[in-house]
Ligand binder design. Sequence first.
Ligand code: SF4
Length: 233
Amino acid sequence: MSPRPLGSGLDALERDIVGCRRCPRLVAWREEVGRVKRRAFADQDYWARPVPGFGDPDPWLVIVGLAPAAHGANRTGRIFTGDRSGDVLFAALHRAGLASRPTATHRDDGLRLIGCRVAAAVRCAPPANRPTPEERARCRPYLVRELALCPNARVLLALGAVGWDATLRALDAPRPWPRFGHGAQAPLGERRLVGSYHPSQQNVFTGRLTPAMLDDVLAQAAALRREGFPTST
Ligand code: SF4
């Protein structure tokens, strides 16, 4: 794999993402949510901008989620921070030794990710958590750049079908693509993509995704890193 990337590349990417206004519908939505706010957070200043990736600048694992939550990352400015999905995800990362603490409440809470980085298919909070295909395509170059800046990330973990699709497209994966599923894998040359159900409130509430299932896919990712995998495709 390539040598360790320069942190300046990720810094420039972060600046580009945070300043982006390419999707009129999402710009309007993220800013309106930040103005109206949820009553429980009425005394807080919402971030209301695109949310860049977060974590280790030279990870072995990159996790690709869907998009910032309106009152989660769109409020706090850090991906998966301040919402129920993040509560589930960061607790699992902590159990796996990939996070310094099990909770993520705000940008300055001291959380560090260890060997792991979290990104998203779309960097602005979308209405109803549903970005359009055009918005997904417009935002994809940021994921392309982020993955290119993480050359030692040989294992990628997609949270949900949108993250799965975004990662395959970002890496220009040869077709046919394996179907998304919990524990599914897709070979990507020197990388390997693993699928996980998204830790959304609905998936967790209905039991579609349990903490043990999330632990299992993180263990699967760690085993791929430890034991390797064929790199023919
Ligand atoms: S979704 Fe992505 S491309 Fe669209 S405005 Fe936000 S950061 Fe820019």
